[in-house]
Design a protein around this ligand. Structure first.
Ligand code: AMP
Length: 298
């Protein structure tokens, strides 16, 4: 079955990661990178973003190997976006050590004429104003799927609300959903988010799974069991990649299976540092984990 292409914007980053057992500096990361690598397993990904002149060849090679279209990734003078995060011992909390926007400060997304009518558009975690700029440059027919983080809830709430209004599917984690809605119960929080405009809301609950909410009801999707977590960075973005590549092949009639594919994909990401875990996954191994998750739901 042929898949529909996906256009994705987000950060292309060099990450610094501190966990109880690991310390890494300037490794490949960013919301768009995790998304692209995971979605590329089933779909053609057209990436929109910016990197500095310090961006390593290793990153370009990765995108080439995965068949990612980088014709809308600009390389400009300056420093690539950098982010540092430190996890608590049990990975239940994460503190941002620093966020260095670098070339993102003056970034204006450009989209080739050939890419503007891409049917599926993913607005990964990045300033809501940039998400909206991409929204405004693609066809009205495109399905918009978006994600965000606490920084934008705190600092750019009005623009973020507009992003949510224009999204068909909105993804958010449980803490951020509570911060945005003021509601701690995920089911009630999902209802409040659905009222903002999206047809589908997915609340990611870390080790507790995910809640899928539509006007037809609610489903809880468990995590793949007994995963040894090494670094959760990028779990949310690879969840989105696993979701959208599945939808790009099977359509929205397969929404529940797509969320299961998302959970299976993210389970690989957390098993390695940076992209290492995700890069060990392939369509077959993701399928096997998806089958285990499906069996847990019966
Ligand atoms: P996740 O663990 O799914 O929340 O995604 C982590 C990724 O998001 C890291 O690779 C970071 O580079 C990226 N990231 C963190 N903060 C920001 C930000 N303010 N804007 C864009 N990307 C970010």
């Amino acid at each position: 079955m042929r898949s529909q292409p996906i256009l994705a914007v987000g950060s292309i980053a060099l990450d610094t990661i501190h966990t109880a057992s690991e310390r890494h500096t300037d490794i490949l990361g960013g919301s768009a990178t995790f998304f692209a690598v995971s979605a590329a397993s089933l779909a053609q990904v057209r990436l929109v973003g910016v990197v500095g002149d310090d961006y390593p060849e290793e990153g370009w090679r990765l995108f080439r190997d995965k068949g990612v279209d980088v014709s809308d990734v600009q390389q400009v003078a300056g420093r690539t976006f950098r982010w540092g995060g430190e996890y608590s011992k049990d990975f239940s909390t994460r503190e941002t050590l620093f966020t260095e926007l670098g070339v993102f400060e003056d970034f204006e997304p450009k989209i080739n004429a050939a890419n503007r009518d891409t049917p599926i558009v993913y607005l990964g975690n990045i300033q809501p104003s940039l998400q909206l700029a991409v929204c405004n440059r693609v066809s009205d027919q495109s399905r918009i799927i978006s994600d965000t983080m606490n920084l934008w809830i705190d600092n750019n709430r009005a623009e973020l609300t507009e992003v949510i209004r224009r999204s068909h599917i909105f993804l958010i984690n449980d803490e951020e959903a509570e911060e945005f809605t003021g509601i701690s119960d995920p089911e009630a929080g999902a209802s409040a988010l659905l009222e903002q405009g999206p047809e589908i809301v997915i609340i990611k609950q870390g080790g507790k799974g995910a809640l899928l909410a539509t006007s037809n009801g609610r489903r809880h999707i468990p995590v793949y069991p007994d995963v040894q977590v090494l670094d959760p960075t990028g779990a949310g973005d690879s969840f989105a990649g696993g979701l959208l590549c599945y939808l790009s092949v099977h359509g929205e009639g397969s929404l529940l299976d797509a969320v299961i594919n998302a959970a299976a994909t993210a389970s690989f990401t957390v098993e390695g540092v940076g992209l290492d875990g995700l890069l060990k996954a392939d369509v077959g191994s993701i399928r096997k984990r998806a089958d285990v998750i499906t069996a847990l739901m019966d």
